[in-house]
Design a protein around this ligand. Structure first.
Ligand code: BGC
Length: 947
C-alpha cells in the first residue's frame, strides 16, 4: 500500500518535472506595442517574444494572467483575467478580454507558453500596463495660459514670448503614488521643483487639434516632497499656434495660428498618500503667469533666449510671484477628444560631438557636427552680459566653405542667445524647436568654442531599432547609414519630408513610398498607428486623403494627389502586414472604403483614369513621379495603377478581417481596373503608351514641358511591382524595363513613385544584375552620385548638388527619405529576408549574392516574433549562408538549382528529401523549409541569377 503511494507520488512528481521542462520562455512583454505603457484602450493588445534552445520550436498554447496587484500575480491569483490555456501559436495582437478596466488602474501580467511537445515553459517576468483617464470627466484641469500676442507684433516673424506658468502646492504627507497627466494646446515642458518631468521633446505632439489632443502621463511619485512644492511649466506655440510649412513662402492667407492663437496648458497632478488619502491638483485660475527669457519660440523659426531676463527661482517653492499675472482659462472644445498619446515620443536618441570648427570671420565660427541630423545644439561658453550669440544652421557648405542656408527658404531656423554674463559660464540649449543641419555657425562668441563644450542632441520619435545591415563594401554601408539617419531625422512626430526648411509636413506620397523601408529599420507600429489616425482625421470631405497629414491648410490649393492620397490605404496596410495588426484595418475601414468610393466615382465608373483625369488639382495631375528625370510618366497612368494597387490591398485587408463580401468586391474592382488600365495604356504589343497630345504643351503639370510618355522605367516598375500584368506580359515588361535601364547607361530616370518598385521589380523578374548596377552606379542620377559628393543622408533630388550646377535654388533638402526606399530591396533582395505572411509568421530567405564587389553581408530584422538574421559570405566559389529564424516562425530557404549533394546543411550533406520545389515570387525554386533555430548552408556558387 505504502509502496504504491510512493510510486504514485513518484509519478506525479516525475510528470510535474517533465511538464515544467520546456525552456520556451516569453520575454519583451508589451501592451499596445509598448513596454509598461499608460494606455486608454479598453482592450489593449498584448504581445511577447519567445526563445528556446530547441530547433523548430513553436508555441502550441499560452496562458496569460492579469492581476490588479503584483502580489496577486505572484500568487497566481489572476483577479482580472486568466485566459486558462489557449491553444494556438499567437504571441501578438491578443486583445485583453478580462474584467472591465477603470481609469488609473494598473494591470500586472505574465504569460507562459506551451511548446511543440505541449510542455509548458516557465512564467515570464511580470509586466504592467496602466490605464489613463478614460472619461473626459476624469479631467478636472482647465486649459490655462497667457495671451502675449501683442508682444510679437511688428517684426518680420510675429513671434511672441513663451509663457511661464507656476503655482506652489502643499504636499500634505508622504506620497505613495503620484501621476502627472499633462497636455497643451501648443507645446509644454513641465517642471516640479525645477526639474523637467520626463525626457520627451515637443510634447504633446501634433494632431488635428480641433478633433483630438493627446496627453502624456508621468510617474512623479519621487518628485514630490512633503511640504511646499513648486509646479511650473513653460509653454510654446508649436504646431498649434506657430508657423507651419511653406505658408509664408506661398503667401498663404494664413501663415501661423492654424489651430488657435494662445497656447494653453492642462495638467492634473493626482496624488495618493501613504495614509490612503487622495488629492488632485489641477491647473486652474489660481495659477500665475509671466514671460521671461524665451523671447521668441517657434518650431520653424527657432528661439530667441535672453538670459538677462531669466526669472530666477520661478520654478522653486516660495518664489515671490505677486508681480505675476493671473492666468487666463480657455474653455475646451466639447467635441475634441483628449486621449493618451499612442505613438513614440520625440526624444534624444543620440549625441554627437563636433568634428572640427573653423573661424569664418571676427567672432564667427563654423562648427561641423560631422553628420546631417535633426535636433539641437547644447553649448557651454563664457560671454559678457548682453553679448548676442547667434546660431545659424545649415546642411551643406558652398564650395568656398561658406554655410549654405538658402534651402531653408522662409524658415528662419536660427537660435539667438543673449548672455547674462555668468563668470562660471552659461549653458544653452533651446526648447520647442529643432533644426535639420550638419553645420552650425556661431556668431558673436569672442573666442573659438571648445569642441568639448558643444553637443549635438539628436532628436527623433523613439521608435525601437529593428534592423541592422552591414557588408564588407564601404559604399553599401554608407548608403545604409544615410538611409537610417534620414529616417531618424524625419520620423519625428509625424513622417515628415524634411527636417530643415519651411515644410516639415507629413507628406503622404513620401510616407507611402518609404513606409515598408521604415518598418525594416525600426519598429514603427506605435508611431504608424498614431499617424494613420492623423491621416484619417485629415480625410477630405470627398473621400480623398490629403497630400499631407495633419493637414492644416498651409496652401489653399493643397488638396489631394494620386500617389500621395493612397497613403490612406498603403500606410495602414503596411502596419497590418509588418505586425499582423488587423485592428488598424477595422479602425479605419469605413474611411478607406470612402476613399475607394471616391476613386470609383472619379473614374466615372470606367475604372481607369485617362489622360487629364486629374486636371482639377494643383499642380494638374497631382505630383506624379515627382523629381524624376526626363520625360514624365503620365500622372493619370500612375493614378490608375495606384487605384488597382489600392483595390488589391483592400482585397487582402478584407480577407484579413474575415469580410468575404468586401474581399470579393475589391477583387472585382482590382480586376476591372487592371483590365481598363491595360486596354487604355498598352498597345497591341503590350508596350505602355499614352496619348501625350491630350496634355497639350503640358502647362500646369509638374515638368509638363518635358513631355509625357508611357514607356518608362517608372511605368514598368510599378506595373510589375503591383502585379498588374499576366505572366507573358510580365516577361515583356521585364525585358523593356531592363532595356530602358541598360540603354540609359544603367541609370535611373525614376522619381518618388518610380524609385520604390524599381529594384524590386528588376529582381523579381530575373534582372538582379541590373539592380546591382543601379545600386553601384556613381554617376548622376544615382545614390552613388550623392555619396561620391559626400552625402551622409539621402538627398531630396538626384541633383541636390552638382559640381557644375551647385545647389538648385528653392526646393532642395539633403535629408529627405523618399529615395531611401531602396532600403526595402536591400533587406528583401540583398539580404533576402522577405515576409510571406502578415507579422513575419512565414518568410522566405532568398539572398541575391551575385554582386562581384560584396563578399559578405549580414542583416537582421527584429520582427514581432523575434529577430531574423540572414548573412552570406563568398569564399572562392563557395557561398555560405547563416540564417537565424525566431521561434514560432517558418522560413523557406531558397537554394541554387545545383544537385543537393553539393549543398551542406549545418555541416552535413543536405538530404535530397528535405528539398522541395516551391513557387517563390515568380520562380519555381528548390527550397528547404525550417522552423526556428540557426542554420548554416553552403553551396557552390551557381551561374543562375540570384545564387
Ligand atoms: C515636399 C515633398 C512632397 C512634395 C509634393 C515637396 O515640397 O518636400 O517631399 O512630397 O512637395 O510634391
Amino acid at each position: 500500500m505504502i509502496q504504491k503511494l510512493y510510486l504514485q507520488l513518484f509519478f506525479i512528481s516525475f510528470s510535474l518535472y517533465v511538464s515544467a521542462q520546456s525552456d520556451l520562455k516569453a520575454s519583451y512583454l508589451r501592451s499596445e506595442y509598448k513596454i509598461s505603457p499608460v494606455i486608454d484602450v479598453a482592450h489593449p493588445r498584448l504581445s511577447w517574444e519567445l526563445t528556446s534552445s530547441v530547433n523548430s520550436q513553436y508555441q502550441t498554447g499560452y496562458q496569460i494572467l492579469v492581476a490588479s496587484s503584483i502580489t496577486l500575480l505572484e500568487e497566481g491569483k489572476a483577479d482580472l483575467w486568466d485566459t486558462k490555456k489557449v491553444t494556438g501559436n499567437a504571441t501578438s495582437q491578443i486583445e485583453y478580454a478580462g474584467s472591465p478596466l477603470e481609469s488609473r488602474q494598473i494591470c500586472f501580467w505574465k504569460v507562459r507558453s506551451w511548446d511543440k511537445k505541449n510542455q509548458p515553459g516557465p512564467w515570464s517576468a511580470p509586466a504592467t500596463w496602466e490605464m489613463g483617464l478614460l472619461q473626459k470627466t476624469d479631467w478636472k484641469a482647465d486649459f490655462i495660459g497667457l495671451n502675449l500676442n501683442h508682444l510679437g507684433k511688428g517684426k518680420e516673424y510675429h513671434l511672441p514670448p513663451a509663457p511661464y506658468l507656476r503655482k506652489d502646492v502643499e504636499i500634505k504627507g508622504v506620497v505613495k503614488k503620484a501621476r502627472l497627466y499633462v497636455t497643451a494646446l501648443g507645446l509644454y515642458e513641465f517642471q516640479i521643483n525645477g526639474k523637467k518631468i520626463g525626457r520627451d521633446y515637443l510634447t504633446p505632439g501634433w494632431t488635428d487639434y480641433n478633433k483630438r489632443l493627446y496627453y502624456q502621463t508621468f510617474d512623479v511619485s519621487k518628485d514630490l516632497r512633503p511640504g511646499k512644492n513648486a509646479l511650473g511649466s513653460i509653454i510654446s506655440y508649436g504646431w498649434y499656434a506657430g508657423y507651419l510649412g511653406y505658408a509664408l513662402l506661398v503667401r498663404n492667407p494664413v501663415v501661423k495660428n492654424f489651430y488657435g492663437d494662445v497656447p494653453a496648458l492642462k495638467a492634473q497632478l493626482e496624488i495618493e498618500y501613504t495614509n490612503g488619502q487622495k488629492e488632485i491638483i489641477a491647473t486652474d485660475n489660481t495659477w500665475k503667469a509671466n514671460y521671461g527669457p524665451i523671447v521668441e519660440s517657434d518650431i520653424l523659426n527657432g528661439e530667441v533666449y535672453d538670459a538677462t531676463k531669466e526669472l530666477t527661482g520661478w520654478n522653486q517653492p516660495n518664489f515671490n510671484d505677486t508681480a505675476w499675472k493671473k492666468v487666463i482659462t480657455i474653455s475646451d472644445k466639447t467635441d475634441r477628444q483628449v486621449q493618451v498619446y499612442p505613438g513614440d515620443p520625440v526624444q534624444e536618441v543620440a549625441r554627437l560631438t563636433p568634428k572640427n570648427s573653423k573661424q569664418m570671420g571676427p567672432n564667427s565660427y563654423l562648427v561641423d557636427m560631422g553628420q546631417n541630423f535633426a535636433g539641437l545644439i547644447r553649448i557651454r561658453f563664457k560671454a559678457a552680459k548682453g553679448d548676442s550669440i547667434l546660431f545659424r544652421f545649415g546642411e551643406m557648405l558652398y564650395p568656398d566653405g561658406k554655410l549654405m542656408t538658402e534651402n531653408l527658404r522662409k524658415a528662419r531656423g536660427t537660435d539667438l542667445y543673449i548672455a547674462k554674463g555668468d563668470p562660471n559660464g552659461e549653458i544653452y540649449e533651446p526648447r520647442f524647436t529643432y533644426h535639420g543641419f550638419q553645420y552650425v555657425q556661431i556668431e558673436g562668441l569672442k573666442y573659438a568654442p571648445g569642441m568639448q563644450d558643444i553637443l549635438g542632441i539628436v532628436l527623433s520619435s523613439a521608435t525601437p531599432k529593428a534592423g541592422t545591415f552591414e557588408t564588407d563594401n564601404a559604399f553599401v554601408n554608407q548608403l545604409y547609414h544615410n538611409i537610417i539617419w534620414t529616417q531618424q531625422s524625419n520620423y519625428l512626430e509625424v513622417p515628415t519630408d524634411c527636417p530643415q526648411r519651411d515644410e516639415r509636413l507629413g507628406w503622404t506620397g513620401d510616407a507611402q513610398a518609404y513606409v515598408k523601408s521604415a518598418t525594416l529599420n525600426n519598429d514603427i507600429a506605435a508611431f504608424g498607428t498614431k499617424w494613420v489616425v492623423d491621416l484619417n482625421d485629415a480625410q477630405l470631405a470627398n473621400g480623398a486623403y490629403p497630400v499631407y497629414a495633419p493637414a492644416p491648410s498651409v496652401r489653399v490649393t493643397d488638396t489631394y494627389s494620386p500617389g500621395w492620397m493612397e497613403a490612406g490605404i498603403i500606410y495602414p496596410y503596411q502596419i497590418f502586414r509588418s505586425y499582423g495588426d488587423t485592428k488598424i484595418i477595422k479602425a479605419h475601414w469605413a474611411e478607406m472604403k470612402k476613399f475607394m468610393q471616391f476613386l470609383e466615382t472619379k473614374s466615372k465608373g470606367e475604372y481607369v483614369f485617362k489622360e487629364t483625369a486629374f486636371a482639377e488639382v494643383d499642380p494638374k495631375g497631382g505630383f506624379g513621379d515627382w523629381l524624376s528625370v526626363g520625360k514624365k510618366t503620365p500622372p493619370d497612368m500612375l493614378a490608375t495603377m495606384y487605384y488597382a494597387y489600392s483595390a488589391s490591398l483592400m482585397q487582402e485587408m478584407a480577407a484579413a478581417i474575415g469580410d468575404e463580401k468586401e474581399e470579393a468586391h475589391f477583387k472585382e474592382v482590382f480586376g476591372k481596373v487592371k483590365a481598363a488600365f491595360l486596354k487604355h495604356y498598352t498597345n497591341a504589343e503590350g508596350k505602355f503608351i499614352c496619348n501625350a497630345a491630350a496634355y497639350g504643351n503640358g502647362k500646369g503639370y509638374v515638368d509638363g514641358e518635358m513631355g509625357f510618355e508611357g514607356h518608362t522605367q517608372t511605368a514598368y516598375a510599378n506595373a510589375i511591382f503591383m502585379n498588374l500584368l499576366d505572366s507573358t506580359h510580365t516577361l515583356k515588361a521585364a525585358k523593356w524595363l531592363n532595356e530602358l535601364v541598360v540603354k540609359n547607361g544603367n541609370k535611373l530616370t525614376t522619381g518618388f513613385l518610380g524609385v520604390r518598385p524599381m529594384l524590386p521589380a528588376l529582381s523579381a523578374t530575373g534582372n538582379s544584375e541590373t539592380a546591382y548596377k543601379l545600386l553601384f552606379q556613381k554617376e548622376y542620377p544615382s545614390w552613388g552620385f550623392e555619396i561620391a559628393n559626400g552625402a551622409n543622408t539621402i538627398w531630396e533630388r538626384w541633383n541636390s548638388f552638382t559640381r557644375e550646377g551647385g545647389f538648385p535654388a528653392g526646393m532642395n533638402s539633403f535629408n529627405h527619405y523618399a529615395f531611401g526606399s531602396i532600403c526595402e530591396w536591400m533587406f528583401e533582395n540583398m539580404a533576402g529576408i522577405k515576409e510571406t505572411s502578415p507579422g513575419f509568421k512565414t518568410l522566405v530567405i532568398q539572398p541575391e549574392v551575385m554582386a562581384p564587389n560584396i563578399n559578405s553581408l549580414k542583416a537582421t530584422h527584429r520582427s514581432i516574433n523575434g529577430t531574423i538574421a540572414s548573412a552570406w559570405q563568398k569564399k572562392g566559389d563557395i557561398v555560405t549562408l547563416t540564417i537565424e529564424v525566431p521561434v514560432n516562425t517558418t522560413a523557406t530557404i531558397c537554394l541554387p538549382p545545383t544537385p543537393t549533394n553539393n549543398i551542406t546543411f549545418n555541416g552535413k550533406a543536405l538530404v535530397a528529401t528535405a528539398v522541395k520545389s516551391k513557387l517563390v515570387g515568380r520562380r519555381e525554386l528548390n527550397t528547404v523549409t525550417v522552423g526556428s533555430g540557426k542554420y548554416v548552408l553552403s553551396y557552390k556558387k551557381s551561374a543562375l541569377s540570384g545564387f
